[in-house]
Design a protein around this ligand. Structure first.
Ligand SMILES: Nc1nc2c(ncn2[C@@H]2O[C@H](COP(=O)(O)OP(=O)(O)OP(=O)(O)O)[C@@H](O)[C@H]2O)c(=O)[nH]1
Ligand SMILES: [Mg+2]
Length: 388
């Protein structure tokens, strides 16, 4: 055991605080005072800097959490080289994906989503499942904060070997975040996680994005009649397969029951999000863990019913094609607006539209023509170059 000793340096004013000695045996690693274990080769850093494509594929397939983490980092990287490598790895892992149940959770900040995921996740792990928890928060540019926040809120879950928690990728457009999260989800599936939970705070468009990635989507709400209910956007209720009135515990239980009834009445006027599955409101408490086994039963029933009717697979197929279309849209958008000819001519064209010289329709036609011509010329140049 290292022993602390305290001394008072000679320059210190008498009576001032003492200085604690270092811990014996530990040296800092600033230049000139390198831990001898490093130089003697006794201590080797565990992580190799670069993993090969094969190592990624093998590591993820074997459920190696460290390699899975690094594969996700590769997916999140904005470096084109990393992008290409991540895509090759993902391509090879695709046959191992698609087997998990994908659950989305949304709700206002403080509704208790993270606490619920922690309780729910622990329950599922106890039942032999492997859970991956992802968060999507396109508004947050400081993900470090949310990592810490969620890891403490999901403290017990994050320490379990059967659970893997990964916060939202940093910054970027919602489109970029969506691609990264989708591919992260696939990586987790390839690593053997059989339940994927995606949390998003219900702001802006992120809940629509999560809905487009998951099989089952639930909205976590709080009690409070009248005014509070008005605050929930009807649009979000239309996306939900279940509404969970959380914090149905203690003094709040009665109010939660009332709120549940009100949600049930509202749901009568809303078209269910999933064909053949009536959306209902349920009571739960992430704190006392009541209602959670019942919620899992509801999700299982949903899965069985929609699998039988074919709606489950139909939704997944639709999601894949929508994803492809969204990426085509984004790609073409970037190609067009990033084109030097277009950016060069844009101010002039905008001015012409604003002064009524040309109509917006004409403006589009001209811009697209310029774009086409430029690309045709570029192709010709490449052909001529290749011919010589
Ligand atoms: N009484 C009670 N309190 C709860 C329950 N679930 C969560 N809380 C409390 O509500 C607060 C917010 O919970 P979080 O799980 O962080 O909520 P969240 O929806 O993830 O919040 P954001 O991630 O900020 O959007 C915490 O102080 C929790 O302790 C519950 O079932 N009952
Ligand atoms: Mg949270």
């Amino acid at each position: 055991m290292a022993k602390y000793t305290t001394t008072t340096p000679e320059w210190a004013v008498s009576g001032s605080s003492a200085v604690m000695s270092g811990i014996e045996g530990i040296k800092d690693t600033t230049v000139g005072n390198i831990n001898p274990d490093f130089t003697s080769g006794k201590f080797k850093p565990k992580r190799r800097m670069i993993l090969s494509e094969d190592e990624f594929v093998e590591g993820v397939s074997n459920g190696d959490r460290m390699i899975l983490s690094r594969a996700i980092t590769l997916i999140e990287s904005n470096n084109p080289k990393h992008f290409a490598k991540a895509q090759r790895v993902l391509q090879r892992l695709l046959p191992r994906t698609g087997k998990a149940l994908r659950i989305g959770i949304t709700g206002v900040p403080g509704a208790g989503k993270s606490t619920m995921i922690e309780a729910f996740g622990n329950m599922l792990c106890d039942n032999g499942h492997k859970i991956a928890v992802l968060t999507i928060d396109p508004t947050s540019s400081v993900t470090r904060g949310s990592i810490l926040g969620d890891k403490t809120r999901m403290g017990t879950l994050s320490r379990r070997p059967e659970a893997f928690i990964r916060p939202s990728p940093a910054g970027g457009t919602l489109g970029g975040v969506a691609r990264k999260s989708r591919e992260t989800m696939l990586m987790c599936e390839a690593a053997g996680y059989d339940v994927i939970i995606i949390e998003t705070v219900g702001v802006g468009q992120s809940e629509t994005t999560v809905r487009s990635m998951v099989d089952f989507f639930m909205l976590v709400v709080l009690t409070g009649a009248g005014d509070d209910l008005q605050g929930i956007k009807k649009g979000v209720m239309e996306l939900a397969d279940a509404i969970v009135v959380n914090k149905a515990d203690g003094d709040n239980l009665m109010r939660a029951k009332v709120a549940r009834g009100e949600y049930e009445r509202m749901l009568e006027f809303i078209r269910p999000a999933t064909e053949g599955w009536p959306t209902h409101a349920y009571l739960a408490s992430a704190l006392t863990k009541t209602g959670l086994p019942e919620l899992w039963e509801v999700i299982q029933l949903f899965k069985n019913k929609t699998t039988e009717s074919g709606v489950f697979q139909k939704r997944r197929d639709g999601q894949l094609l929508d994803w492809m279309h969204a990426m085509i849209d984004e790609h073409l958008h970037n190609l067009f607006f990033g084109d030097a000819v277009i950016t060069g001519r844009m101010p002039e064209i905008k001015e012409a539209v604003l002064t009524g010289v040309i109509s917006p329709t004409q403006a589009v036609a001209e811009l697209v023509k310029m774009f086409d011509v430029k690309r045709a010329v570029e192709r010709q140049v490449v052909d001529i170059f290749n011919a010589h």
